[in-house]
Ligand binder design. Sequence first.
Ligand code: SAH
Ligand code: SF4
Ligand code: F3S
Length: 478
Amino acid sequence: MELFTTATKEHDEGRQGEAYVSTLKKDPFAKHFYIESYGCAMNFADSEVVASILENNGFGSTRNIEQADLILINTCSIREKAELTVRKRLTEFRKYKQQKPGMLVGILGCMAERLKSKLLEEEKLVDLVVGPDAYRTLPDLIIEAGTGQKAVNVLLSRDETYSDISPVRLDSNGISGFVSIMRGCNNMCSFCVVPFTRGRERSRDAFSIVAECSDLFEKGYKEVTLLGQNVDSYYWNNPETNLQVTFAQLLESVALISPQLRVRFSTSHPKDITDEVLFTMMKYHNICKYIHLPVQSGSTRVLQLMNRTYTREWYLSKVARIKELMPECSISADIIAGFCTETEQDHQDTISIMQQSAYDYCYMYFYSERPGTLAEKRYEDDVPLEIKKRRLQEIVDVQWTLSNESNKKELGKCYEVLIEGNSKKSDAEWMGRTSQNKVVVFPKTNKDNTTPLKKGDYVDIVITHYTKGTLIGAIKNN
Ligand code: SAH
Ligand code: SF4
Ligand code: F3S
């Protein structure tokens, strides 16, 4: 793994554009772009790649939409509601465009990829449509759109990973950063649009990942989250040396950057998570003891229709293995209520798998049929909306109880918390997270603690209370 740390310098050359960028940033006449992101963390990470490409091409970024010459919206197609949110937002952009003739509006991301040039017909104010693998061509597309033509590039790639691009951090707390380690997905879960909007799975150059994480650490970041739709199938083959890197090895290399840098990752697929990954997690204190392990359904029959390629028993055996090796590890999941043909019994199976897995947290949705997916082609979306909603509510209620129980168990325990900033409610309190990804809020001082703490510090906190989604604590007396 030594190899990785020494090789990071090579990639510093990829940052040579930075001096140029900072000159441009000072140019008051530079054109400004405003970017808004929806969807998963990978989309937010992509917006940071887009920002880097634009800044290297003479654009300055702005968070003030009225100042923008170019409005970009990085979109998500995962559920119908996600697309409706974007459509609604587009109507709000109309007024800015009217106020500023020549302003361009571009749609990026998964909706751009799914709907392609159809978006130009449907949304008249849109000038640019750019898919997730075509961001390098944005500068040319902007020039094209500037001449009054509509510009579209939705080509998917088999090898684009933007590995040489050093993302410009947007809306960052300066403490935790996202790092994409792969793109696309080969899994073809029948409900999911991602393989169509993001294309084939490909892994990013391991050296460039370690270099990006080291760079973040040097800039004061204390936490990186390695991102991929299925991180356990990360596999990079160095074409020059034939060095092969698995996800567990990559995780270890990032953990070795510094014990002061926390490492997280998302998402793990239950069919692919290996003991090798779990052993690596156990070996390093700074690899966070938290696994997001989407289950989707607790019924083997439904899982089969979903093409998840594991059974209920397989899933539960993975949960048991995690708990056996790391009893302190927290686990969260994604769940879909009301998938095609789901019966009351299947729904009860989902509820019981939640209880058996004792999730600390869950992301819960009702099934939304997506055009072009295997499920849309093969199965009827036959669970009525009110039943989907009722089942979802039952799932939410069960999770509420589970999260509550999980938080109750924390009372009196002491955790190392990484301070991310002020708490939302009060400047007199810090907000941070435990390794298990639980949010903790605590007063900035206590009577025995005189050393002032700051954002990015690690501090031992004793948990004294809890509310719905938050633990409340106090700095441990030394
Ligand atoms: N790659 C991740 C998930 C990415 S999408 C994985 O394999 O787990 C995030 C979540 O959105 C999914 O886990 C699923 O729970 C949900 N989702 C995806 N497609 C959906 C659909 N058509 N309807 C409702 N929820 C969906
Ligand atoms: Fe979608 Fe399945 Fe791929 Fe996740 S693993 S992105 S749910 S196809
Ligand atoms: Fe949405 Fe695309 Fe992510 S569909 S969830 S933004 S990969």
